[in-house]
Design a protein around this ligand. Structure first.
Ligand code: AMP
Ligand code: GLY
Length: 420
């Protein structure tokens, strides 16, 4: 079959890498792709958020199945356009993608089924939000309702900081994302990510992971898109996974179907774990980046079969063939990230790193410049390894990093510290 993957980051490189290993895949196109993806798939220039253009591209290229990587095209209704044109597609409708695109919407669904989550209130003006903050006092978490590229959440340390956040959100700094503000109770605990495939009805867990959001060693410094991840996350035990399925995922997915917007795709649940209780922090309606890289490393070729079964409503009876293994990915980012950084510096030493099939370097922000691989983004490479233990995977990933010659980039040296 001919397959199109939308996106061009490390997540999409990992998706393409797994799909390519499955003999069902004849032709693989990734739009826009990147320098690493270009080594294993065709890359195409396509406006991924325009449903009509994506449908036309699929018809012209006889595409049988589309995998949508990032949230932008999902929130823009690209999955609806594809399914409307009779093209199989992995990813939720725009209506169901509101589980990521509106925090207030998700909280309402939580409340409708009694799913454990932080207490919350919603505001559509700054005056009410301000008096709520001064009444309640800290700790609180302040969130712009809509998609804000990971920048819409503020955990203020002072009341002034909280009031400033409200002002910025209502003041237009977040565009439409900030026209509604959600204020939440601050939850204590350890965070982990739980990934579940949902075909509208059946929910199938496909793994756990832990991300490292802060840029600095020991989880310090500003937030990023994620500096590294590993899977599985031991903190999410089998018992806690079953609890989250029973209390959060299954009832919420049933409520989505009941409301006429069945969810289809991967559901990425951010969970807070404290005293043997899981609570929902947030949903994303796509794979995490870089969490996808460790999940794909562990799932391999079966990822395509699972995504197809999900898209075709056949998840009931499907199972994941797990090896007893561990994967880790370390992000190399351009110096300066998540602040200002330069593009265009050359990266050397990538060629010989992946002779061992349990090693992989996924490309995130790279570009091919006349045969040289150059940095073309903030997060640039995902150095990834799989092994029988996290310790061994960790050692192999950091050994690969030693071989990469890129003075323009850096990584955290402590990825995996919680589990190690
Ligand atoms: P989000 O963009 O919703 O993932 O939030 C970003 C991060 O803020 C989460 O990954 C958590 O670390 C933190 N966070 C969000 N909501 C809460 C909460 N209610 N209590 C504690 N931490 C939170
Ligand atoms: N790594 C966090 C995310 O993909 O949202």
């Amino acid at each position: 079959m001919n397959i199109l993957v939308l996106g061009g980051g490390g997540r999409e490189h990992a998706l393409a890498w797994a799909i390519k290993q499955n003999p069902k895949c004849d032709r693989l196109i990734v739009a826009p792709g990147n320098a690493g993806i270009a080594l294993i798939a065709e890359c195409a220039d396509l406006k991924a958020e325009n449903g009509a253009l994506v449908v036309r591209f699929c018809e012209e290229n006889a595409i049988d199945f589309v995998v949508i990587g990032p949230e932008g095209p999902l929130a823009a209704g690209v999955a609806d356009a594809l399914r409307g044109a009779g093209i199989a597609c992995f990813g939720p409708s725009a209506a169901a993608a509101r589980l990521e695109a509106s925090k207030a919407f998700t909280k309402e669904i939580c409340d409708a089924v009694g799913a454990p989550t932080a207490g919350w209130a919603r505001f559509d003006n700054a005056t009410d939000a301000r008096s709520y903050i001064t009444d309640k006092g800290l700790p609180l978490v302040i969130k712009a309702d809509g998609l804000a590229a990971g920048k819409g959440v503020v955990i203020p340390e002072t009341i002034d900081e909280a009031l400033d956040a409200v002002k910025a959100m209502f003041g237009g700094n977040y565009d439409a994302a900030g026209s509604t503000v959600v204020i939440e109770e601050f939850m204590q605990g350890e965070e982990a990510s739980f990934f579940v495939l949902v075909d509208g009805e059946t929910c199938l867990p496909i793994g756990t992971a832990q991300d490292h959001k802060r840029v600095g060693e020991g989880d310090t410094g500003p937030n990023t898109g994620g500096m590294g991840a590993y899977s599985p996350a031991p903190v999410l035990t089998e018992a806690l996974q079953e609890q989250a399925m029973a209390q959060i995922i299954r009832p919420m997915m049933a409520e989505m179907a009941r409301r006429g917007m069945p969810y289809q795709g991967v559901l990425y649940a951010g969970l807070m774990i404290d005293k043997e209780q899981t609570r929902l922090v947030e949903y994303n309606v796509r794979f995490g980046d870089p969490e996808c890289q460790v999940l794909m490393m562990r799932l391999g070729a079966q990822a395509l079969d699972l995504m197809l079964a999900c898209a075709e409503g056949r998840l009931e009876g499907c199972r994941v063939n797990w090896a007893d293994d561990h994967a880790i990915t370390v992000v190399m980012a351009a110096n300066g990230y998540p602040g200002a950084y330069e593009k265009g510096s050359e990266i050397r030493g990538l060629d010989d790193l992946t002779a061992d099939s349990r090693n992989m370097v996924f490309h995130a922000g790279t570009k091919n410049d006349h045969g040289r691989v150059v940095a073309n983004g903030g997060r640039v490479l995902n150095v990834t390894a799989r092994a029988n233990s996290l310790r061994e995977a960790h050692a192999r990933a950091y050994a690969m990093l030693d071989g990469i010659d890129w003075p323009g980039g850096f990584c955290r040296s402590d990825i995996g510290w919680r589990a190690l």
